[in-house]
Design a protein around this ligand. Structure first.
Ligand SMILES: [Zn+2]
Length: 253
């Protein structure tokens, strides 16, 4: 599995919020590198053309007024693009990037997000004629309203935000949904680890993240292709974020 990462994602000075917290990604990269099997690739920033497939001109311009934030947010969207391009070559990929993206709507944003990374990547592949359909599983504790908004005019983009009171019911909901999904050209994941038992979502264990990854791998097997990628969204319990990301990646690869 390919990891997409840039050293500047360690820089926490682009914003003051939980996603930009100092030290948040160090443990994640330590866990992923420590596994020893995952090569790391550096992304380039998304271009203006890439961003404008997902966002209104005025929204892109509003982020651009803060050059440091714009640089970091474009690079994060670029990480999602590179992960999706690896996936298209049949190489499963995980973008370890920030800021996250799933609360970035077409014309506005909130919740530590600025550009809708996953939608930027999917729309680029669609507009360049590489895919016609996609499935997005968003397992962040918060609904990915940005992804839903940006992809709303694309009926073949299926976005699923599971909801359940407790872990076993949550996993069953995902399993059932995947079983009933029609075939898609590409599987994308908004991987938010704030659903963790010690994070704001108070629900999933480390092993549950592995189980989610494995379900997606099995879904890919049923579709007969390896085209899948994930991008980091939330996840604020820093002490265990690394082991949770690693558990997901081991199931997903
Ligand atoms: Zn969240």
């Amino acid at each position: 599995m390919q990891i997409i990462f840039h050293e500047s994602f360690h820089d926490s000075s682009y914003a003051v919020d939980n996603a930009a917290a100092p030290g948040r990604l160090e443990g994640v990269m330590e866990a992923l590198r420590g596994d020893g099997r995952f090569p790391v690739m550096e992304p380039s920033p998304a271009t203006r053309t890439d961003l404008l497939r997902a966002h209104a001109e005025a929204h892109v311009a509003s982020i651009e007024r803060d050059p440091r934030l714009f640089t970091q947010a474009s690079l994060s969207a670029g990480a999602a693009i590179l992960a999706s391009e690896c996936a298209m070559k049949g190489e499963v990929a995980f973008a370890c990037a920030r800021p996250p993206g799933h609360h970035a709507n077409r014309a506005s944003c909130w919740g530590h997000c600025f550009f809708c990374n996953i939608a930027v990547a999917l729309l680029k592949l669609r507009d360049e004629g590489h895919i016609q359909s996609a499935f997005v599983l968003d397992f962040d504790a918060h609904t990915g309203d940005g992804t839903l908004d940006v992809l709303r005019d694309w009926p073949e983009a299926h976005v699923f935000n599971p909801y359940a009171e407790e872990a076993s019911e949550y996993l069953r909901a995902v399993e059932t949904h995947l079983r009933e999904m029609p075939p898609v050209d590409l599987i994308a994941v908004s991987a938010g680890f704030d659903t963790y038992i010690h994070d704001v979502g108070h629900k999933l264990s480390t092993h549950d993240f592995y189980a989610l990854g494995r379900m997606l791998r099995q879904f890919g097997r049923r579709l007969g292709h390896q085209r899948r990628f994930a991008v980091l969204e939330g996840g604020y319990y820093i002490p265990d974020l690394g082991k949770n990301v690693l558990a997901f990646c081991r199931g997903f690869e």
